[in-house]
Design a protein around this ligand. Structure first.
Ligand code: SAM
Ligand code: SF4
Ligand code: FES
Length: 332
């Protein structure tokens, strides 16, 4: 385990990167093994009431063509993913209140009937909503803190409240979800010190899953002229997270592969043990443009499943056949 000062020193010094990545790989191997868990990601709505400055789905972006996938179609997409062997479905969207509590409960129940674990990533909702979703069968929830630097959080999220984000994480924990959070790496004005604080925060909240993605500027956002996040720095934050939280689930993120054509494999060899391939029907993919040049936008669910399976096997790892619940929970 590293102290805050050690984490900062490691993040600032690139001379030991190879050692860091191989240590994180060993910690991953020793604690969660060689299996890679696939989570099939359904991006079911790109409509969002929020205005996160970095995100292409922000409400003020009028250039994007908006869509909502109807309930029955979402369940059909999930069925196809289960037929392809996925053991977890992830439902992700913008902050879209069109999907009421009742609608989400129906969708959750429909998907849980398919014998799969279910993760939600639909943003900030009330305790009552989170409870209804849990009671309907949802197993996990992803909601990144994005940054633990309160001042930076305010700059990046003009109409959001850091404390409400924390409240969401706390409610989800209380309700017994497996909780995933994470951060962006490379936001304008983000410091190395605050990234160290992010890693310490992940430990403090005892996250079950941490997703780390490099920031990629989107041309239709206020951050269009900002510098792109560093792949290597994002990989270092991820590797340190693995060392600090040895038995959690860590995805090799799509944003990493967007910056580096081999990014997910490199991440899997530097601490990651999860991949979240897109299982959304091709017709919607290019519209879920949170950042430009996102991978797989012209591909289909079957192609992605075969592609990622082959990549995983090419590095001597195997695709897991279980549900992939977090190792740091003994109640599931
Ligand atoms: N709306 C939900 C939320 O914000 O929690 C879920 C969907 S949101 C598109 C999923 C993640 O996309 C966010 O947590 C954020 O970290 C990431 N994201 C958004 N814009 C990005 C960008 N320009 N570069 C990299 N990641 C980005
Ligand atoms: Fe909406 Fe999530 Fe994008 Fe923020 S990150 S604008 S909440 S979709
Ligand atoms: Fe989509 Fe490779 S994962 S084509």
């Amino acid at each position: 385990m590293y102290t805050r000062k050690e984490i900062i020193d490691i993040l600032k010094d690139d001379s030991q990167n190879d050692y860091l990545f191989s240590l994180a790989d060993k910690v991953r191997h020793d604690n969660v093994g060689d299996e890679v868990h696939l989570r099939g990601l359904i991006e079911f709505s790109n409509i969002c009431k929020s205005s996160c400055k970095y995100c292409g789905l922000r409400s003020a972006n009028s250039e994007i063509s908006r869509y909502r996938i109807p309930k029955d179609e979402i369940i059909k997409i999930a069925q196809h993913a289960v037929d392809m062997g996925y053991k977890t479905i992830v439902l992700q969207s913008g902050e879209d209140a069109y999907y009421t509590t009742e609608m989400m409960v129906e969708i959750i129940k429909g998907i849980k009937n398919l014998d799969t674990a279910l993760t939600l990533s639909i943003g900030e909702r009330s305790f009552e909503d989170y409870k209804a979703f849990k009671d309907a069968g949802a197993d996990r929830y992803l909601i990144r803190i994005e940054t633990t630097d309160r001042e930076l959080y305010k700059q990046m999220h003009p109409n959001m409240d850091f404390d409400n984000r924390l409240r969401c994480l706390k409610d989800l924990k209380i309700l017994g979800y497996e909780v995933g959070t994470g951060c962006l790496v490379g936001l304008p004005n983000q410091t190395i010190e605050s990234l160290a604080d992010d890693i310490l925060f992940f430990k403090e909240v005892e996250a079950d899953m941490i997703g780390i993605g490099p920031f990629i500027p989107h041309p239709n956002t206020p951050l269009k002229d900002s510098s792109i996040g560093s792949f290597t720095l994002a990989l270092k934050v991820m590797a340190l997270t693995r060392i600090m939280l040895p038995d959690i689930n860590i995805p090799a993120t799509t944003a990493m592969e967007t910056l580096n054509p081999n990014g997910r494999i490199i991440a899997l060899q530097s601490g990651a043990n999860v991949v979240m391939p897109n299982v959304t029907t091709t017709q919607y993919r290019d519209k879920y443009e949170i950042y430009p040049n996102k991978i797989c936008i012209n591909d289909n669910p079957d192609k992605c499943r075969n592609c990622i399976g082959a990549k995983i096997e090419s590095i001597g790892r195997t695709v897991a056949t279980g549900y992939g619940f977090s190792h740091n929970r003994d109640n599931i």
